[in-house]
Design a protein. Structure first.
Lengths: 266, 306
């Protein structure tokens, strides 16, 4: 039941993101000052319009593109960088391990959202920089999980046997260790994904991150605060889209974790 | 145990020092803070004079040394905006953050632990299913959206509660509920699964076999053994909350550390940013240390091993 709901929601968001131009009733950037702040159900605007007369449904649909794009890019970057560092730290041990793990300790001494926010304020605004900041703050989890997995995998008999047969270090790492660590990477990625999507919205909400007029859910919610007294729908729909996305991905993540890696069950 | 505490303390000091270095590098590598704070029509020679006066022309290592020397005494310089001691501003915001964080932590534990216990003990009952739905929704709902929706309902429509600011008890209601909703969902889920695992262990079977009453089996044998993950999560969450709830404080105009940090970042008020971020990281690191030390108290095996 939870699994199906998760899959339906996640697939739904992906379809919406891909098909936004065909699903949207209007151009998400087209302003119309004669029909600003129309309530949901107005002719031609099922979700109503915002203060500039832009169609809210179109903006929410296009917002899925921004959210998923940032989420997917960040998960890929953090999985590659964090995973590679975790592999090195677990496999090579000695000083590379010490350096990487101390760095991880330092990063973990800051709450994730504060770190991502501070880095974003420093590297600057926009789509690319929000991916950079979330990645810089998020790689640690992979590095830690992958390192501890590698430490245990490399002691197993099939790895020892391969090493005894004279298999090179790099080949040993990529052919024998990595495939056995991969499920953990997938599980962590699925659990991190919704955290990244929500963090991006939160950072954009605070005025950093993705800037208007790009239709991102976080910056839409930020703009909606000025109109809370007169137009509840401006806050309700983008936030609901964000919550449903997070819900779907979380449920899929739970399911993946339960089926791929029972050890990580929380 | 003493060696364990000593090692953890040494690690904590090292991490706090390294995080200070990280804060310095993050902020100093971000560009010229003088230019950002000068009027548009300023002459290049005046900029240079300011830079000279504020010490930004010295080599990075000299600036770093000066920074560390000041930081350990709580001196991060003057706020560029308020022209006051930056660390003093941070400390001024502390009581508000402590009040909100304390309320949210109490609320979180008061909701989450009983809910986790009931849903584990009555597994697959109606209450378990309701609990699961609530915790899954609580985890997925972004706090700032929940905050806006509560504000619309209780402040705009019903006019029961103020939209923001600090004051009486009524100001505390919405922000603490928003914070507790998310954290309680996580703690409740973890309590449920940790307790379920413990209830399946042999020592629980033994306790039941010797005729112990079920409440005692749950409270004394199962709950104590599932306490470590719960304490870990609750401790981490407390650390996050004590460092200032960045987003919730901003929505509800709560004058705490989190809001100060956001405003300082928006104004590029770097002395305040450095003081606030470093302070947060110390609080967070100390919360982690307390959690680790609690392991020794909860689990005799940890004491033995070290």
């Amino acid at each position: 039941m939870k699994k199906f709901l998760g899959l339906i929601l996640t697939l739904g968001v992906i379809v919406v993101a891909l098909a936004a131009p065909w699903l949207a009733p209007a151009d998400p950037f087209a302003t119309d000052f004669t029909s600003g702040l129309k309530p949901p159900g107005s002719p031609g605007h099922p979700f109503g319009t915002d203060q500039l007369g832009r169609d809210l449904l179109a903006r929410v649909l296009f917002g899925a593109r921004v959210a998923l794009f940032i989420g997917v890019c960040t998960v890929l970057v953090t999985a590659l960088v964090g995973g590679a560092l975790g592999l090195v730290a677990g496999f090579v041990e000695r000083w590379p391990s010490t350096v990487i793990m101390r760095l991880a300790d330092v990063q973990l001494s800051f709450p994730f959202i504060l770190l991502a926010l501070t880095i974003n304020a420093i590297v600057g605004l926009g789509l690319r920089n929000i991916i950079v900041s979330l990645s810089a703050a998020g790689w640690v989890v992979y590095a830690r999980v992958v390192r501890s997995e590698v430490l245990s995998v490399k002691e197993r008999e099939y790895v020892q046997a391969a090493a005894a047969l004279g298999v090179g270090q790099l080949r040993l790492l990529l052919r024998h260790v990595l495939p056995n660590v991969a499920p953990s990477i997938i599980v962590v990625a699925s659990l991190q994904f919704s955290q990244f999507v929500v963090a991006e919205a939160a950072i954009s909400f605070l005025g950093f991150g993705v800037q208007p007029p790009t239709p991102a859910w976080g910056s839409m919610l930020s703009e909606s605060r000025d109109f809370l007294y007169v137009a509840w729908w401006l806050a309700a729909f983008p936030g609901a889209a964000l919550a449903l996305t997070a819900l779907g991905v979380n449920l899929v993540g739970d399911w993946l974790r339960d089926s791929l890696d029972p050890k990580l069950r929380v | 145990m003493r060696a364990f505490i000593a090692t953890r303390l040494a690690q904590t000091v090292l991490v706090v020092f390294l995080s200070l270095t990280a804060v310095f590098l993050m902020v100093r590598l971000s560009g010229d803070p003088v230019l950002l704070f000068m009027p548009m029509d300023i002459q290049a020679k005046d900029v240079n004079e300011y830079r000279q006066r504020l010490g930004f022309n010295d080599p990075l290592i000299v600036q770093y040394g000066r920074f560390v020397k000041g930081a350990v005494r709580g001196d991060f310089g003057e706020s560029l905006r308020y022209r006051r001691d930056a660390f003093g501003l941070v400390l001024e915001r502390l009581p508000a953050t402590l009040l909100l964080a304390g309320t949210a932590i109490v609320l979180t534990l008061a909701i989450a632990v009983p809910l986790g216990i009931v849903t584990a003990v009555r597994r697959d009952s109606a209450i378990d299913h309701v609990g699961t739905v609530l915790t899954v929704l609580g985890q997925a709902t972004p706090g700032f959206w929940l905050g806006l929706m509560l504000m619309y309902l209780f402040a705009v429509q019903l006019r029961w509660l103020p939209t923001g600011g600090i004051g009486g008890l009524s100001h505390l209601v919405m922000p603490s509920i928003v914070l507790a909703a998310f954290y309680a969902a996580r703690v409740a889920r973890l309590t449920r699964s940790a307790l379920l695992e413990a209830l399946g262990e042999d020592y629980v079977l033994t306790a039941r076999a010797k005729g112990l009453a079920e409440p005692r089996v749950v409270a004394k044998h199962a709950l104590r053994n599932s306490a470590i993950p719960i304490v870990t999560l609750a401790g981490l969450e407390a650390g996050q909350l004590l460092g200032g709830a960045v987003i919730t404080e901003t929505i509800f105009a709560w004058p705490g550390l989190g809001r100060l940090t956001v405003q300082a970042l928006l104004n590029r008020d770097f002395p305040v940013v450095m003081a606030a971020v470093w302070f947060t990281s110390i609080v967070y690191t100390l919360a982690n240390l307390v959690v680790d030390l609690a392991y020794g108290w909860l689990d005799p095996r940890v004491r033995q091993r070290s």
